[in-house]
Design a protein around this ligand. Structure first.
Ligand code: TMP
Length: 221
């Protein structure tokens, strides 16, 4: 039996924007509307890619330089797309993913200065003909985002990217906003400085408006 292809939603943005909370809320709401949902994340999302996540976020790949890091993110993505995302979409499921190709465009490309043609070749290899249907950018100033990320990971060392300075994270924020300006159809920028319930209200409204969905009513928070 053939199914309609599912939809592919991604959440993006700098550190501490509350992406994982919103991934959960999106999944709950979509399930409430009768959709089959798979939630996943990058780097990671399949057994092979989760192993590469450790290599990438521990900083073990950093000494090989930004081009090699970009290749490893692409290798993780290829495994994730083949084993998790594509099979779910082909089965008619909805996929909600915490970070995807836009993170590479921003962290390795706009900020890391890896050549854009090289990155677009990697995109073709890792995720041929796969672009998210809708991408939410959870926007927070880096001062707030880094403080939240530090509070969340209390006691744990900052990872490869969290440990970068404020200027790096300000550039990340600006690069995500630039991407959003370039394609108003795919990206929705959400002010994520606000409490999670208000962030969710905007995501929910955008989802209904952009994809013509009706989600089940929720009790006021
Ligand atoms: P997170 O899971 O806490 O969001 O951490 C993932 C980190 O990896 C985050 O700092 C962004 C970074 N990253 C890249 O640099 N390139 C990528 O392609 C992806 C998916 C993540």
């Amino acid at each position: 039996m053939t199914h309609a292809r599912g939809r592919f939603l991604t959440l993006e943005g700098g550190e501490g924007g509350g992406k994982s909370t919103q991934v959960r809320r999106l999944a709950e709401a979509l399930r409430g509307a009768g959709r089959d949902v798979v939630t996943t994340r990058e780097p990671g999302g399949s057994p092979g890619a989760e192993r590469l996540r450790e290599v990438l976020l521990s900083g073990a790949a950093e000494r090989f330089g930004p081009d090699a890091e970009a290749v490893l993110f692409a290798a993780a993505r290829a495994d994730h797309v083949d084993h998790t995302i594509r099979p779910a979409l082909d089965a008619g499921k909805w996929v909600v993913c915490d970070r995807f190709m836009d993170s590479t465009r921003v962290y390795q490309g706009a900020v890391g200065k890896v050549d854009v043609r090289f990155l677009s070749a990697l995109e073709h290899v890792a995720a041929p003909n796969l672009t998210p249907d809708l991408t939410f950018i959870l926007d927070v100033p880096p001062e707030i985002g880094l403080e939240r990320a530090a509070a969340r990971g209390k006691g744990a060392a900052a990872d490869r990217f969290e440990k970068e300075g404020l200027a790096f994270h300000a550039a990340v924020r600006a690069a995500f906003l630039d991407l959003a300006r370039g394609d108003a159809n795919r990206y929705v920028v959400i002010d994520a400085t606000r409490p999670a319930d208000l962030v969710w209200r905007d995501i929910r409204a955008a989802l209904e408006a952009r994809l013509g969905l009706t989600l089940p009513a929720e009790n006021a928070a």
